[in-house]
Each structure stands twice: as C-alpha cells, then as structure tokens.
Design a protein. Structure first.
Lengths: 107, 107
C-alpha cells in the first residue's frame, strides 16, 4: 500500500519516444518519464499544477511564452492551465514530473 | 517564475547528514534530499501527503509499522498523518520527495 516498485508502476507512452511510469496517492501523482533523444511533447495544458525536476540529460522546456534549457537538477513549476511543451536534447533524458491533483486521464 | 535552478532552491538541514533543496508551487513542494551514508530521519508525521522516489543509493524506510529497503527507482506514498522514518544505506543516497500541500514549516 505504501511502497511501489517500478514493475508495479503504470506505464504510458506520452508521445513517440517518451514513456512514463506513474504512481500516485490522493493528492500527488509522480511521473518518471524517459525521453529518447530529440523527442517532443507537443504543446498542451491541463488544470493540474505540474512541478518537475530533470534527473538526467537535458530538455528545452517551453512554459507559456518562455523557453529555457533545463539540465540535471533544474526544476520547474507549471501552474494549472498554462500551456507547455518539451523537447529532449541529444541524449536520453529523465524527468520526474509531479501533478496535483493526480491526472485522472493517466490512471 | 516558472523555472528554478539549484542555486535558487531553499536549502534546509533535515537531520545531521541530510540536506534538502526545496522548490514549490501552490499545490506541490519538491524536496531533493541528499543523505550522507547511514544518516537517520527520526520518526515524525505531518498532515501533508508525501510521495517520493529514490534517485540514487538506498534507504530503509518505515511507514506506519512497515519497513522496506527502497532502492533507485522505488517509490512510496505516505498519507497525511502517518508516522514515518528513514535511514540511508552505506552510500550517498538521493531521494526526491514531494509534499501536497507544500509544507509551510519548510518555506
């Protein structure tokens, strides 16, 4: 109930080359996403707040009208409703995203 | 406003040998914690839900009356109010914790 292992996570392909593993409680959903090099999440938005941190590799992240290159250890907060997109760099990139409340469309 | 870099994170010593870097939005707080080997977070609880994942190393985590060894990629969810404690293994351990709502005592 309290502990989850990668084999138990729900897996979801977010876009070509981008697979995430999901685990959630009542208020928070963790999304441990692996991007193959040069993979794109198209512009989208959702009502949930999203906060994340780059674990490995790098990501060009656009939030609203602002684009920054995020590297290992860099974090971001996307308020609910703000459109965003992402493109991974030339190496495999791992991003830990969180959503609150959890995204029902990912369950 | 959307992007945060490690130099901007709020740093906090959670216990001897355990330092975390904090970043938060309105609904989620990320806590990127580094444990020196064999460091302990004593038993405690808080009303916020806590969900986390081990990024590096290993951690003996006790939630309620259940203890498990969590390794890289293992995740956990601690409902609000449930007591928990943690002891890191023999190597430096990195854990990404999240709290919802954000912990005001950490701001």
């Amino acid at each position: 109930m309290y502990f989850s292992y990668p084999r138990d996570f729900k897996e979801r392909e977010l876009a070509p080359g981008i697979v995430t593993k999901l685990v959630w409680g009542e208020r928070i959903m963790l999304s441990h996403a692996t991007f193959q090099p040069n993979s794109t999440i198209p512009t989208h938005g959702h009502p949930q707040e999203q906060t994340g941190i780059v674990i490995e590799g790098e990501l060009d992240l656009t939030i609203g009208s602002e684009t920054r290159r995020c590297r290992k250890g860099d974090a971001f907060t996307i308020p609910g409703g703000v459109e965003h997109s992402a493109v991974s760099g030339n190496s495999v990139t791992v991003v830990l995203d969180t959503f609150s409340p959890p995204r029902e469309d990912y369950m």
